[in-house]
Design a protein around this ligand. Sequence first.
Ligand code: BTN
Length: 253
Amino acid sequence: MKHLDADRIQRQLDLEFAYNIHVYDELPSTNDWALASGQHADCCLAEKQSHGRGRRGRRWVSPNNGNIYLSVCWCFDAVPEFLTSLSLLVGVSVCESLQQQGLQKHGLKWPNDILYQGRKLAGILIETRDQLHTVVIGLGLNVNPVAPDSANHKTSWGSLQQFMPKVPDRNALVACLLNGLGDCLSRFQQLQFQDIQSKWQQWDLLQGKTVHLINADKHYQGTVAGIDKQGRILLQQAQGCRAFSSAEVSLRW
Ligand code: BTN
């Protein structure tokens, strides 16, 4: 397994995004590092995380086995209108980059889990600072199989190595992911909702499917009818269509 190498990554990046790449053998969490940095286009990678964090307070198991643990700090001039839909578009960007690297038939489970044949390959954690002007985008991508997380046993996991005949070089893969993210983040403020919606629809695995949305004490079943401007999922039920945010519910299908 080739080590992550800041210079190799940097050489393959589009210069316009002016990323600063920092590679560590181990960190508690790359998102914590990027949140502390607060510098625009700072990007941090670690071979291992001791306290990797997932969405909804879950942990992200992060052994040193050639996976990708990556965080990018991005400062916007003004808080974008549809900031809550950014997490969906970041998922789209990761799917596009994986497609460029040769993966096929993958897609998104709302809000931004990247799945292949129902197995989770990657997860995204977006956090903010500076009154929402600065976002930190954290990506965990399983290149190699990971031991199941006993705290997250309902998820079925997968890795690139299981689904691609040849796993791409990790430095090239990271550069491709960062170029895609730079493109997504720098255009985000110009996008209309229709643009976001149509990009989402190309990767959405759940449109028209029956799903269960769960929060602490409630359970909603219905058919997925797309997303709204805030990036909420629209659930069609007998009594009508209702929107749910990813902070409110988790999704099972
Ligand atoms: C999820 O729950 O699906 C989101 C997982 C996000 C994990 C990544 S790994 C890099 C970055 N650092 C963290 O502590 N979390 C994110």
